[in-house]
Design a protein around this ligand. Structure first.
Ligand code: OGA
Ligand code: MN
Length: 289
């Protein structure tokens, strides 16, 4: 192996040394990174300065088919004008900290709920790659849970109970939970819910994993109260401190996580005073037509 791996949590998560995503990375190193990801599910790669948007996209492309946004918010110019990059900062299109009444801020807050990226799509997200371009002096860790470890620790009767269950995931469910406005019917229609197995075999590690998120709004065929209650109980079990790894960002970090094996959430910081500039690319299970 050309890379070195330093484990960050007793159950998973690692820092990879010996890779610089700003340069062209050999196929064998990509294979090493993929092996580390299969094992650790969350891997940080440090740099003395963040990658450019182009470097970030080029490296991500070597890990799988990429998500490209087709959506434009009317009347706004993107601060990071690349369809492959999701702007996860607290900055508006001219790079100023959002005004208090900016609607986009309410939607960003939904990231503070435990989730896995894009579970509300049929074609799920595999890897997310988040690059730290500016970090506040305190707070704003990103927290993770390895859902394979969680599955391993579930009582046997719970494992039996959830076998075969299918969960409905809705983008709007988590937006409203996060304090966003109730969507209109028209908005709802733009992002219909998706259905996924509650427990699945994580293909890259062949380990059983839970697949849940704050987007999970019910269990197919169950009364909604009962479905939500089980989802909430499992989320509470999964987010016990013993499963949580809190990533303390270093400027220039590129953090990769596997959405099919983990959940994550953003945490608080003084977002009225300090700039936090984070940019994400996302790979998906397969390319969309
Ligand atoms: C994300 C996300 C958390 C954070 O980029 O998908 O949830 O701490 N980010 O910014
Ligand atoms: Mn996310």
């Amino acid at each position: 192996m050309s890379i070195e791996v330093e484990q960050l949590h007793p159950l998973y998560a690692a820092r990879i040394h010996g890779v610089d995503i700003r340069k062209s990375v050999s196929d064998s190193t990509i294979a090493d990174v993929q092996d580390a990801m299969a094992k650790y599910a969350v891997c940080a790669i440090g740099h003395d300065a963040p990658p450019t948007n182009e470097q970030h996209i080029a490296f991500s492309r070597s890990l799988g088919p990429m998500e490209r946004s087709t959506r434009k918010i009317a009347g706004t110019e993107a601060r990071v004008p690349y369809p492959e990059i999701v702007d996860q900062s607290n900055l508006d299109e001219v790079g100023e900290i959002y005004a208090d009444d900016d609607r986009r801020l309410a939607y960003k807050r939904a990231n503070r709920l435990w989730h896995t990226d894009m579970s509300f799509y049929d074609v799920r997200a595999t890897y997310s790659l988040l690059a730290a371009h500016a970090i506040p002096p305190a707070g704003a860790d990103t927290e993770f849970v390895d859902m394979r470890a969680v599955y391993d620790f579930l009582p046997e009767q719970r494992k039996a109970q959830i076998e075969g269950l299918v969960v409905e995931h809705s983008y709007w469910h988590s937006r409203v939970l996060g304090g966003g406005p109730e969507p209109t019917e028209e908005e709802r229609a733009t992002r219909p819910p998706a259905r996924h197995a509650m427990a699945h075999v994580h293909a890259l590690s062949q380990r059983k994993s839970l697949y849940l998120a704050s987007h999970a709004c019910g269990i197919v065929g169950w009364p909604s109260d009962k479905g939500r209650a089980l989802i909430e109980e499992l989320l509470a079990f999964a987010t016990q401190p013993r499963f949580v790894y809190a990533h303390k960002w270093r400027l220039g970090d590129v953090l990769i996580w596997d959405n099919l094996a983990t959940m994550h959430r953003a945490t608080e910081f003084d977002d009225r005073t300090f700039r936090r500039d984070m940019r994400r690319t996302t790979c998906r299970e397969r390319a969309l037509a």
